[in-house]
Design a protein around this ligand. Structure first.
Ligand code: BGC
Length: 399
């Protein structure tokens, strides 16, 4: 018999605007025109969630969820500097009201990787001014929609964003430069703090956090000093630095956890040094990421010292055949249950993702959804693992 999670424990799934809405116009849609996304795909209509959100939320409801995490697209709210779209605001009002009608608590992310084209053209996160622009956008959203959600996430995975754009040069605007990475992450810290203040000025009781990508770094050769040193540095840089800067302005820590990184020291470019190794004996998802749930437990134990409630804001698997997903969820929820038993204050599990979607530079190939999308027809089909998740929720819910 499993431990019963508290009644208010959040169970649900997440999406992000650019990955599901369709017909966005932002820095990513501009960059997609270069043909660098896998198979030269464009986000295009994506899952047409902009028009089908009611249908998608109804599925979440049927699947036993009590929360839903989504993001608001800055480029839709403020298509031109200082010009705010009443139509877009109204759309998101309807979206949030629909969630309330269904009894799904909204968790709203204010920025999930994309930028309005005018912000990107001015230098994006390399400029301090972007943090002020962001705070102005957040102010409008909060004034208009603040009363419709209690949980707010200022931004999604700032450290991943910085790494992908400025360290690896893999995402737009592909500027591989460590000094730029430093400028960007510092401006993201500022933007997060400003947004936190803006939200709390209007709604002191709201819960505000960030969705932080935290992973479990391990030495590939356990007793090798160089691997150990690399591990320590990666942990500090990727996990700790950002949280040390921001945990006082996070009412809850949003945790996005996917897979652990085994690191092996090599005399090569710094970027390659940090490339994770995946032990051959462990199973992998469709993107080659190792499936290893105990790492979630390690991360939760480490997060405990920040003394903040934790919500797992993303955890998921690219698994087109749906072979691994149910067990993946079961084992990660079990890690949460055990961590709660050790006194870690975890308050929610949000699966990535409710529906298949546009996986950034990997295009539409990877399938992360509890619900499958047939892109040519936009038909939704519930995967068996979604029912397994519903059963897991039922078993863990307080009567
Ligand atoms: C991001 C999502 C992405 C998922 C799977 C997370 O890092 O927040 O946007 O789809 O990982 O790669």
């Amino acid at each position: 018999m499993s431990e019963v999670f508290p009644r208010h424990f959040l169970w649900g799934a997440a999406t992000s605007a650019h990955q599901v809405e369709g017909n966005n116009h932002n820095d990513w849609t501009e960059w997609e025109k270069l043909g660098l996304v896998k198979d030269q795909e464009h986000s295009g209509l994506a899952t047409d969630h902009w028009h089908r959100y009611k249908q998608d939320f109804a599925l979440a409801k049927d699947l036993g969820h009590n929360t839903h995490r989504l993001s608001i697209e800055w480029s839709r709210i403020e298509p031109r500097p200082g010009e705010f779209s009443a139509e877009a605001i109204e759309h998101y009002r309807q979206v949030l009201m629909e969630l309330h009608r269904l009894g799904l608590k909204p968790i709203v992310t204010l920025q999930h990787f994309t930028l309005p084209t005018w912000v990107a053209r001015q230098g994006g996160w390399l400029r301090r001014k972007t943090a002020d622009h962001f705070a102005r956008y957040v102010l409008i959203v909060i004034k208009e929609l603040g009363s419709l959600a209690q949980y707010w996430i200022t931004m999604n995975e700032p450290t991943i964003y910085t790494t992908m754009v400025y360290v690896e040069g893999y995402w737009p605007p592909q500027q591989k430069n460590l000094w730029s990475a430093w400028l960007a992450i510092r401006n993201l810290v500022t933007a997060h703090r400003l947004a936190y203040q803006v939200i709390h000025r209007h709604f002191p009781g709201h819960q505000v956090g960030a969705a932080n990508n935290i992973t479990d770094f391990m030495a590939w050769r356990r007793h090798n000093v160089l691997d150990q040193a690399l591990r320590g540095f990666a942990h500090y840089w990727h996990n700790q630095w950002w949280l040390d800067q921001t945990y006082l302005t996070q009412d809850f820590i949003g945790l996005n956890f996917y897979f652990p990184h085994w690191l092996k020291f090599r005399l090569t470019t710094p970027i390659k040094v940090f490339a994770p190794h995946h032990p051959p004996r462990l199973p992998k998802n469709d993107l080659g990421w190792t499936i290893y749930p105990p790492s979630l437990g390690h991360v939760l134990d480490w997060l405990k010292h920040y003394q903040r409630p934790i919500i797992v804001t993303e955890n998921g698997i690219a698994d087109a055949s749906d072979h691994w997903r149910a067990d993946f969820i079961r084992r990660h929820v079990s890690e949460i249950e055990q961590a709660r038993g050790r006194g870690v204050d975890v308050r929610g599990y949000i699966h990535w993702s409710l529906i298949d979607n546009f996986e950034w530079r990997e295009g539409f190939g990877p399938r992360f959804g509890l619900v499958e999308i047939d892109y040519p027809t936009q038909k939704r089909t519930i995967r068996p693992s979604a029912y397994a998740f519903r059963e897991i929720i039922r078993q863990h819910q307080a009567p």
